[in-house]
Design a protein around this ligand. Sequence first.
Ligand SMILES: *Cc1c(COP(=O)(O)O)cnc(C)c1O
Length: 371
Amino acid sequence: MNDFLKYAAPGVQKINPYQPGKPVEELERELGIKNAIKLASNENPLGPSQKAIEAASDVIGSVNYYPDGAGHKLSKALAEKHNVDKTSITLGNGSNDILELIGRAFLISSSSAVYSEYSFAVYPLVVQAAGAEARVAKAYLPEHSDMPYGHDLDAIVKKISSTTRVVFIANPNNPTGTWFNQDELNGFLKKVPDDVIVVLDEAYFEYMPDGFKPDTQALINSYKNLVITRTFSKIYGLAGLRIGYSISHPDIADILNRVRQPFNTNMPAQAAALAAIDDEAHVLESAALNALGLKQYASEFKQMGLMFIPSIANFIAVNVSQNAMPVYDALLKEGVIVRPVGSYNMPDFLRITVGNQQQNERVLAALKKVL
Ligand SMILES: *Cc1c(COP(=O)(O)O)cnc(C)c1O
């Protein structure tokens, strides 16, 4: 048998595959239990908008046809929503797809990309796949910051070198839930050379309290090197359909368009996303439920004497004051799936998705039991 790994592209040889959250059915089968809950992948506990379900169902009988490769209707609606030109929108098979398109278009083995410690696992994957150098900035230290493990934007700027083509930042960040404000973001963007692309990953944007949300339109108008990514996987509850998008200068969108698959977003996903944008009530309800859940976790963790990272996303990272793997395993036996984040170099933390009130209570009760 050939060792095919040695024939893989050099960057690919070094990749650690992404570890997804454990599916509920798998756990139930393994342990012979029922009613397990999964709060491991930042999915919306309310499910998708009813309007999105109907819209996807309406087109499912037409999937013998290819989807609209350009996604005209959805791109137009997104452009109107953000008050930008339609040529600024790029659709992706999840926003993960957009991150990969950026890697494919702009990173080669002689270039580098910058991101922070404790940031989203897909950034290193994209950089390694291209064989590019990853320049990883130190995050804020827990002892010295009210934003422990969060992005230190100054440290990120300092990591930019003459080979750097792309910088990835997330606001709020996953797995920490940390954020930066509009002034910090503007100060940062002014310092980044204008030939370096800044990817601002806003997968959890809709969960941010209103005063925290950066002005998307103003940012896009001010910085030609900025790519803002958004997704329908999180608050819109459409993770299983795989659809996301970016907003950028049309010149960058044009480049991404050259490397994407001709039909990278599917027909039910386009239809569901279009309907979901219109269901503002579903988004507001989801954000409100999440805000309650974040408070619920914060107050319980305080009572339990557990350190947690302040979060404005739909998950919260809690320090269980010991290696989190045995705690994770014990929680599985209680039918509760959360996310250990040892692979992010946070071995004592669990990342818990905010569920509905009942689910949160169940996680907290199970956590108290196993600790
Ligand atoms: C979930 C997530 C994404 C992408 O999810 P998609 O389902 O591919 O849209 C991107 N960035 C961060 C930080 C995320 O947590």
